[in-house]
Design a binder for this molecule. Structure first.
Ligand code: UDP
Length: 263
């Protein structure tokens, strides 16, 4: 007897209810479980979209630059990656409680992909780093299907080749480690055209997974001091931290303005 075709209509997890706004840029208060559920549903529905993990530095840039703001607001999901974003929200009186480090989300997405049989592609990092990160992810999740890797130092004339490699690999999850905001610009430009359901900017996560850069001790992660550890290891990151005092000043000024009923 012929099998009856079952028509399933995937329903996208609606993150609209958890949408918050900080200086005109969106962030979703979803937490890890919410983000994973969202990604699974997105993959089932095969609707392409990109995820921005918003830290304080990117938030300041987005507040000042309308093009970057559009990029953040064009994301299907924006998670609050960084204590700076959470504190700015607190000053502004915006209920945003869930801090979700990009690397934790990336690793959890891979665990979820391994369980569901989803295909994963790693784009970015110095030559060899994505491969080592892939090996580490496979060690943690032997069932994980990593269908391709590509380093992130390509010229504009190599771009099309990189996209073709991704297209042929047909990933459901694309992790993009090109540094912020280049990775966000790249995803905004290409994630829909590539048809990948979930693309996520993961910054320096491949370096950590590959063992090139150590992660902060757990207690520092817990109390929100991961940024301090990263600066101690990579002093060039001071330039990023310099954006945090202006972020707090902007938040305080905005709060005063609201109290005074201006604007
Ligand atoms: N990266 C890359 N191509 C570039 C610039 C950077 O693949 O043109 C990689 C870099 O090797 C690193 C990752 O992007 O693995 C994140 O870089 P960074 O730590 O500067 O970014 P952040 O974590 O501050 O977003």
């Amino acid at each position: 007897m012929p099998r009856r075709a079952v028509l399933t209509v995937p329903v996208l997890v609606d993150v609209a209810a958890s949408r918050r706004e900080l200086f005109g840029a969106q962030a979703h208060d979803v937490g890890l479980e919410g983000a994973l559920r969202w990604a699974r549903d997105r993959i089932a529905a095969r609707v392409p979209g990109y995820v921005v993990t918003l830290n304080g530095s990117l938030l300041v840039q987005a507040a000042r630059d309308p093009a970057l703001r559009a990029l953040v607001n064009g994301a299907a999901l924006v998670t609050a990656d960084g204590i700076g974003v959470i504190l700015a929200a607190r000053i502004l009186g915006v209920p945003l409680s869930e801090r979700l480090a990009g690397i934790d989300l990336a690793i959890a997405l891979c665990a979820s992909a391994a369980a569901a049989g989803h295909r994963v592609f790693l784009l970015g990092g110095a030559p060899g780093v994505a491969e080592d990160a892939a090996a580490e992810l496979r060690r943690r999740h032997p069932a994980l299907q990593i269908v391709g890797t590509r380093h992130g130092f390509f010229d504009p004339q190599e771009e099309e080749g990189v996209r073709e490699q991704i297209r042929q690999a047909r990933p459901e999850l694309l992790m993009v480690a090109l540094g912020a905001p280049r990775q966000e610009r790249w995803m905004q430009r290409w994630s829909a055209a590539l048809g990948v359901p979930v693309s996520i900017g993961v910054g320096g996560s491949f370096d950590v997974l590959a063992g090139r850069v150590p992660r902060a001790p757990r207690w520092m992660q817990r109390v929100g001091l991961e940024w301090l550890y990263r600066i101690s290891r990579e002093p060039r990151r001071w330039s990023v931290v310099r954006t945090i005092p202006p972020l707090f000043l902007m938040a305080i000024r905005e709060r005063w303005r609201r109290r005074a009923g201006v604007g």
